[in-house]
Write a protein that binds this ligand. Structure first.
Ligand code: SF4
Length: 267
């Protein structure tokens, strides 16, 4: 079986959610505008490093989503998101803080690693390059609000960065955060992941896989005010037995359990 960060993260969020998704084949409908925009924007970033016309690529990729019945977050429209994307590309180009040599080799890089005799782990790292001259593993994020930078060192606890550091052995990691707001902003967040964190993450992966293989799928519903993860969970309809909510949010892809690692390419 091939595992990925997304699978481990889904299980740790709620084991029942993992079961709905990876064992029973229920998937969220791909209608979230912010997610599709993020994918289009990453294509445009790749074009930028390949010295192609990144604005044209953004328009082409985002236009391909235009006629889908997208779900926009508050205040977003297709045009507004396109304008923000173009402004973010301009800002990123002006900043000129990221260099990627041999971009065909160093963008969307696949890493695999054995975690036991029958299981392996796969990760697709957005890029390996230099941030302000320091060689770093790089992750792109598009968001509508700034990532928190306080308290100092917070980024070192980001589980995805720890995971990718564990996969690659690279200690210097960075998130480049493209913030779509009225005045767009690019955040360059850098941190160092320690050996101890990488070892702990390896244990977390082994432990999580052991629980999955033992078929432990109890719900972690967390029904407490004010943070109730169920209320924003796409699988809520299944847990409540509400067919209307299921049909609104999900489609079924039975037999997809061995392809869960493909999530890495789409998130
Ligand atoms: S609705 Fe709640 S209990 Fe059900 S899968 Fe989602 S997070 Fe888990």
């Amino acid at each position: 079986m091939t595992y990925s960060y997304t699978q481990i993260s889904q299980y740790l969020t709620c084991p029942r959610r993992y079961k709905h998704r990876y064992l029973d084949g229920w998937r969220e409908k791909d209608t979230r505008a912010a997610m599709l925009f993020g994918r289009a924007f990453e294509q445009a970033l790749a074009a930028y490093f390949l010295r192609e016309d990144s604005t044209a690529v953004l328009f082409r990729e985002w236009a391909a989503c235009q006629n889908q019945s997208l779900q926009y977050s508050k205040g977003d429209t297709w045009d507004r998101m396109l304008q923000q994307g173009i402004q973010l590309l301009e800002r990123f180009c002006q900043d000129d803080r990221i260099q990627i040599h041999q971009p065909r080799r160093n963008l969307q890089i696949k890493f695999t690693r054995a975690v036991s005799k029958k299981n392996d782990f796969v990760a697709y790292v957005d890029a390996i390059g230099h941030l302000d001259g320091t060689r770093s593993l790089l992750e792109w994020k598009t968001t509508s609000s700034r990532y928190p930078e306080e308290p100092d060192g917070l980024l070192a606890l980001d589980p995805q960065l720890v995971c990718y550091s564990w996969m690659t052995g690279i200690a210097e990691v960075a998130q480049v955060v493209f913030v779509r707001k009225r005045l767009v902003e690019v955040q360059y967040l850098h941190t160092t992941i320690t050996d101890e964190q990488r070892q702990e993450f390896g244990h977390l992966v082994e432990d999580t896989i052991r629980r999955i293989e033992s078929a432990e799928f109890l719900p972690h519903s967390g029904i407490r005010f004010p943070q109730n993860p169920c209320s924003s969970c796409p699988y809520l309809g299944l847990c409540l037995g509400r067919q209307d909510l299921v049909e609104a949010a999900l489609i079924r892809r039975p037999g997809a359990e061995d392809l869960g690692w493909l999530d890495e390419l789409t998130y």
